[in-house]
Design a protein around this ligand. Structure first.
Ligand code: ATP
Length: 266
């Protein structure tokens, strides 16, 4: 695989459900190493875009057969192979843990096999076990290792999912509102951890409603609205009063502090 290939190339992607376009001819390109935040109001298509990238849903095909979506330069992927390169934390906790009866450590170990659950045919080594515990530790969840995932609180479950996405050290991370449900301390530690990962070479794609979560390493912003691209570019241009106010239809004042951004509603 070409390491310089763009992480993501989307060419006029349209996704239709019930005669409604969830994504409407969306074109987007994210380079390898280009840490990116995806912003947009409720219903703008952010989670649909995440599902499209992880191949849970498919776009309409082009008449001329040109690919709509390429990830790491490739059009065709086996989902297991893709997941080993692209760690995903989806926003839908219910979906992630549906039907799962296993403890948190096994849920994290399943990340090594790009599967949702740990099966009898999965050979778990001591190193994997150590790394899974370490991943739980990094999100302050080591104490949850033996807990049945079905009994976890929202924030606890989210930490376990984050550990599962991190455990095999994927080349890129696709995070759909990963901080939802995290308490302030855990959120801060998680964001600090994301910063370290980005500095060490993991590309971050972060879907969020909170510009406070756009860590300094993320320099590129993609804005979606009504399933289409509203704007994209460097955050210094897009994370400004006029642009955010137009995107969210609300008068927003942006403040910056130490390379972090914050939004205040007026
Ligand atoms: N299966 C479906 N059938 C019909 N409409 C759908 C379906 N799935 C999603 N939608 C609609 O598509 C639009 C985009 O949804 P999506 O979940 O991608 O938005 P989002 O930007 O992630 O929103 P939020 O910020 O609320 O999480 C929404 O209007 C949603 O109601």
């Amino acid at each position: 695989m070409d390491p310089t290939a763009p992480l993501l190339e989307i060419d006029h992607a349209t996704v239709v459900r019930d005669r409604h376009a969830l994504l409407d001819r969306l074109s987007l390109r994210i380079e390898a190493g280009q840490h990116t935040a995806i912003l947009g109001p409720n219903g703008s298509g952010k989670s649909t875009l995440v599902k499209l990238i992880e191949r849970r849903i498919y776009p309409l095909v082009h008449d001329d057969g040109k690919p709509v979506l390429r990830v790491f330069g490739r059009e065709r992927w086996n989902v297991v192979e893709l997941r080993s390169l692209l760690g995903v934390v989806s926003s839908d906790l219910r979906r992630e843990f549906e039907g799962m009866t296993q403890n948190a450590l096994d849920a994290v170990l399943s990340g090594f096999f790009a599967s949702l659950t740990l099966g009898l045919d999965h050979e778990v080594t001591d190193t994997m076990r150590r790394e899974a515990l370490d991943a739980l530790h990094r999100v302050d969840a080591a104490h949850l290792a033996d807990r049945d995932v079905a009994t976890l609180s929202t924030g606890e479950a989210r930490r376990v999912l984050i550990a599962r996405a991190l455990v095999h050290r994927p080349r890129a991370l696709l995070l759909d509102e990963p901080c939802a449900g995290l308490d302030p301390g855990t959120r801060r530690r998680f964001l600090d951890h994301l910063r370290r990962l980005a500095q060490e070479g993991t590309t971050l794609i972060l879907v969020t409603h909170h510009i406070e979560e756009i860590v300094p390493e993320i320099g590129h912003v993609v804005m979606l609205r009504d399933g289409a691209l509203f704007d994209q570019g460097p955050k210094e241009r897009l994370l400004r009063d006029e642009c955010l106010s137009a995107l969210f239809d609300w008068d927003i004042a942006v403040e910056t502090d130490d390379d972090f951004y914050a939004a205040r509603l007026r």
